[in-house]
Design a protein around this ligand. Structure first.
Ligand SMILES: NC(=O)c1ccc[n+]([C@@H]2O[C@H](COP(=O)([O-])OP(=O)(O)OC[C@H]3O[C@@H](n4cnc5c(N)ncnc54)[C@H](OP(=O)(O)O)[C@@H]3O)[C@@H](O)[C@H]2O)c1
Length: 278
């Protein structure tokens, strides 16, 4: 679900001097995160495989949040977020944005991912490798590449006046509580949750905030891509409604990355109020 309303003016926003890289920005949480961080002043590097969706989003960002000097609000790098060559291209793409005091993305949102209906016994085995590749290996490669770039950035600055550097990782409540109904997907998010906490311990002392976002049920393209049974999922959504929107998650991310450099909200579990489990 994609929000249509800006949530805040783009002038004098808390993220005016920052560049945010977002993977999986063509839909859902990544798309609304791009809109919301732009509303707070950030310029953006957008990634997903569907180039046409990124082009539409980039146009919308320029229409809704024009830069005062007429330059582009965002640059798009279409491609598979699990490919190291695409990751390298994304990390270097800030050079295409207006020159600024920050030349490397200093907010990196590790968001691209997909679900898979079913357990280890029942899920479609032909989709296991693709899911593990994007959810786990893609996330790990981006955490490593961005972690190195952000380390270099923070080493070049005075702490904490130089400002924050953020790695925001999308985990899941099924990466913390075992769901037998989507255990293959859950296993990738258990791994991602563990990588994020380990990266926080390693990079936090260098002035880099690694923040794990663990959403419950968010209505997006996720359910269709995962192959959820529409009727069963509809019943669940009716029972616990309202479920979360992508913008609910985007607002939390905006709040976390807008904190002063010395303040770190390292873990946010965000559920629909009536979702008891997972
Ligand atoms: N929705 C939920 O209930 C929920 C709950 C907890 C956690 N999450 C996590 O939140 C993240 C975003 O989910 P969402 O709900 O926004 O799902 P979504 O609406 O399906 O969006 C997923 C995004 O990831 C992109 N993507 C998928 N595979 C990719 C790849 N190999 N390379 C580059 N981009 C890729 C998709 O774009 P293209 O198809 O254009 O590449 C799309 O932009 C995921 O990591 C998901 O696991 C979601």
């Amino acid at each position: 679900m994609q929000s249509s309303n800006p949530t805040q003016s783009s002038s004098n926003g808390p993220l005016d001097s920052r560049i945010a890289l977002i993977t999986g920005a063509s839909a859902g949480i990544g798309y609304d995160c791009a809109l919301h961080l732009a509303s707070l002043g950030a310029r953006l590097i957008l990634n997903a495989r569907r180039e046409s969706k990124l082009t539409e989003l980039a146009q919308r960002l320029d229409d809704q949040y024009p830069m005062s000097d007429g330059s582009a609000r965002s640059v798009s790098v279409a491609g598979d977020a699990a490919d190291q060559s695409v990751i390298d291209e994304m990390m270097g793409a800030s050079a295409q944005l207006t020159p600024n005091s920050v030349q490397t993305p200093d907010i990196v949102v590790v968001n691209a991912g997909r679900g898979l209906n079913g357990s280890v016994m029942t899920s479609d085995t032909t989709q296991w490798e693709e899911m593990v590749r994007v959810n786990l290996l893609g996330a790990a490669r981006l955490i490593r590449t961005a972690g190195n770039a952000l380390t270099e950035l923070q080493e070049s600055r005075v702490w904490p006046e130089g400002g924050p550097a953020d790695l925001v990782v999308l985990g899941s409540t099924v990466g913390r509580h075992i769901s037998p109904f989507s255990s293959m997907y859950g296993s990738t998010k258990f791994a991602v949750n563990s990588l994020a906490e380990a990266a926080r311990r390693e990079l936090g002392p260098k002035g880099i905030r690694v923040s794990l976002i663990e959403p419950g049920i968010v209505k997006s393209e996720f359910q269709q891509v995962a192959g959820y049974d529409a009727e069963k999922f509809g019943d669940l959504m009716d029972t616990i409604s309202p479920v979360l929107t992508p913008m609910d998650i985007a607002r939390s991310i905006g709040f976390i990355v807008s904190q002063p450099a010395g303040v770190h909200i390292s873990d946010a579990v965000i559920r629909p109020t009536r979702q008891e489990y997972p």
